[in-house]
Design a protein around this ligand. Sequence first.
Ligand SMILES: Nc1nc2c(ncn2[C@@H]2O[C@H](COP(=O)(O)OP(=O)(O)OP(=O)(O)O)[C@@H](O)[C@H]2O)c(=O)[nH]1
Ligand SMILES: [Zn+2]
Length: 195
Amino acid sequence: MPYKKLEEYNMQVTDDVKDRYKHIIEDLGEDTQREGLLKTPERAAKAMQFLTQGYDQDPVEILKGAMFKESYNEMVIVKDIELYSLCEHHILPFFGKAHIAYIPNGHIVGLSKLPRIVDVFARRLQVQERLTKQILDCINDTLNPQGVAVVIEASHMCMMMRGVQKQNSVTTTSGFRGQFEKSETRNEFLKLIGK
Ligand SMILES: Nc1nc2c(ncn2[C@@H]2O[C@H](COP(=O)(O)OP(=O)(O)OP(=O)(O)O)[C@@H](O)[C@H]2O)c(=O)[nH]1
Ligand SMILES: [Zn+2]
């Protein structure tokens, strides 16, 4: 499921979250009756359901849906996959790029499925480290490749708009399994993604 269509929003959840947003907006000192804000609690409720839709999706099913028997034994890299997630500490966005590589072990996977599972895990309340590990483990356990590597580079709005207010800091996290635990293979991957 690529994105949540309007009719797929759970109306009960939308109503509950909408009521809470109305109170939050009032507590923050705004007037929920002014024209521009009348529909805001409902819009925000739907936006948050969209941004957390990963809880309802099954990444293993997504990968298994496009696994093909193939005797290709070289590294497959999909780099510069844009990602948008929410930091679980402040519920503010963090965003950047994921780079994924794997070395097949009898099966390849449909290329689009790698960005899809990035979205499944990103569209939750997250920390960057866990996001990285969940993507890594999911590919490793489902595809059982000879090796898998995940690098994520992200900027955190909680460090930009507030808090330490550092506009240019980028956080890099990575994880390596199998063949990528060998420095030679890992270095080849890092070179190919320009690191
Ligand atoms: N490790 C990790 N930390 C994160 C991530 N996103 C946000 N944080 C950090 O979570 C921490 C929460 O720290 P607290 O001291 O409880 O919160 P705070 O008082 O709002 O902290 P400041 O952001 O320093 O103002 C902060 O240091 C954030 O930078 C993430 O993905 N991974
Ligand atoms: Zn944060």
